[in-house]
Design a binder for this molecule. Structure first.
Ligand code: COA
Length: 388
């Protein structure tokens, strides 16, 4: 990708949760927030291109992305592309935005994500969550999305004896982090014992091992790196974005408890970015289920196989630890409006690296990594960021 090709100069975010608003007004709020956050202000005209990440959950297709985002952002006439890569739509939209900045020259690129999910009945939600996985071998056979991750968690726990306790700690930590995020779906503390005692969703995963079904939107504005300071004194540079895909059906992969797409995306990001793992200040990882945070730590190369359990149980991934993970509450507590999630991770990184994250500010962080997964490891992006 090349060094410092793009910089985030503004970011906006709605609350995540069960919200009254429909997707268009959520999108408008996030985009308005991003435009309004640019320190030196921005005339809307300089937006040269836009990308909209959304799955269209429940049939909430908001129409032709170009027209809708143009109307809601005041950027009518701007070419816009909708990106749909399941739960990794936001990460892939960010990647497309970073590449498009090259052609934007004197302008900005808008990357937004939105999803409306909560107005469906439980069976319809299950149906729509399943569309991100394999249809022929998984969904039509009755396997739910939580069920796929339940199988992955079982395979992992069979090898690593402290896995169940570590998953409970992921939920406890991320719920604790969510209490400090005003945008989080859940702002409720739970104990590890609550996680272990919760009703089963897909064995061994219980209610608190799952991310919720949420509504919400997020947006970031990208500028060419060499012009970022025209907009703000504190841009956040996107060092690199790696991306990869894998077989869709998990049964066609050699191993359940490992996502090669994450490994490949991370290898690309660390190859292209001017950062080493030891230099990363904190991580935003795709913890759609608690097991996914453990896998992420290993697939991203921050722990050896099984080592994510000790790392998590040692407190290293808590805000005061040596490698904080998901200080905004992660998908687990902040919520997971599918198309918005990857963009929301960039929003959190923008705040943290500018020391603007309020009660949840991590001390002295200068670099970060975002990891966004589509389906159960079928697609993945890994992005590296550095404070300007
Ligand atoms: N974590 C914590 N609490 C949760 C929760 C979650 N993930 N999901 C729901 N709750 C709470 C609700 O707030 C509600 O609490 P209340 O009774 O105090 O109001 C209660 O549990 C019941 O909520 P409801 O919405 O009826 O739950 P549900 O049984 O329909 O759904 C799950 C629960 C776990 C099945 C659902 O959240 C889910 O499918 N999550 C996974 C989403 C997913 O797969 N996303 C894509 C991943 S990449």
């Amino acid at each position: 990708m090349g060094r410092h090709r793009a910089a985030i100069v503004g970011a906006g975010h709605t609350r995540f949760g069960a919200l009254e608003a429909g997707p268009r007004s959520l999108l408008r709020s996030a985009v308005d927030g991003a435009l309004g956050s640019v320190d030196r202000g921005v005339d809307r005209a300089p937006i040269r291109e836009a990308f909209l990440a959304t799955l269209g959950f429940g049939g909430w297709q908001i129409g032709n992305a170009s027209a809708v985002l143009g109307e809601e952002s005041g950027g009518a006439g701007v070419p816009t592309t909708r990106i749909e890569n399941a739960c990794a739509s936001g990460g892939f939209a960010l990647r497309a935005g970073v590449r498009a900045v090259h052609d934007a020259a004197d302008g900005l690129v808008l990357v937004a994500g939105v999803e409306k999910m909560t107005d469906l009945t439980s069976p319809r939600r299950r149906y729509w969550l399943g569309v991100s996985g394999d249809t022929e071998w998984e969904r039509l056979a009755g396997l739910t999305f939580a069920g796929v991750y339940g199988l992955i968690a079982s395979a992992y726990a069979a090898r690593h004896s402290t896995a169940r306790e570590a998953m409970a700690e992921v939920a406890r930590k991320n719920h604790e982090n969510g209490t400090r995020n005003p945008n989080a779906h859940f702002r409720k503390r739970i104990a590890r014992a609550d996680v272990l005692a919760a009703p089963r969703v897909a064995d061994p995963l219980g209610l608190y091992d799952c991310c919720p079904v949420s509504d919400g939107a997020a947006a970031v504005l990208l500028a060419p790196a060499d012009r970022a300071r025209e907009y703000t004194d504190t841009p956040v540079y996107v060092e690199a974005v790696g991306a990869a895909s894998d077989r869709l059906a998990v049964q066609e992969r050699p191993e359940l408890a490992r996502f090669p797409a994450t490994e490949r995306a991370a290898a690309e990001a660390f190859r292209d970015g001017d950062l080493r793992r030891e230099e990363i200040g904190f991580l935003e990882v795709h913890d759609c289920f608690t097991i996914a945070e453990l896998l992420a730590l290993e697939d991203l190369g921050f722990a050896p196989p099984g080592g994510a359990c000790d790392l998590t149980l040692s407190g290293a991934t808590s805000p005061g630890g040596r490698l904080p993970v998901n200080p905004d509450g992660g998908l687990k507590a902040k919520g997971h409006p599918i198309g918005a999630t990857g963009v929301s991770q960039a929003y959190e990184i923008f705040l943290q690296l500018r020391a603007a994250a309020g009660d949840r500010q991590l001390p002295g962080v200068e670099t970060a990594l975002a990891h966004n997964v589509g389906g159960a490891g079928a697609t993945a992006t890994v992005s590296l960021f550095r404070r300007g």
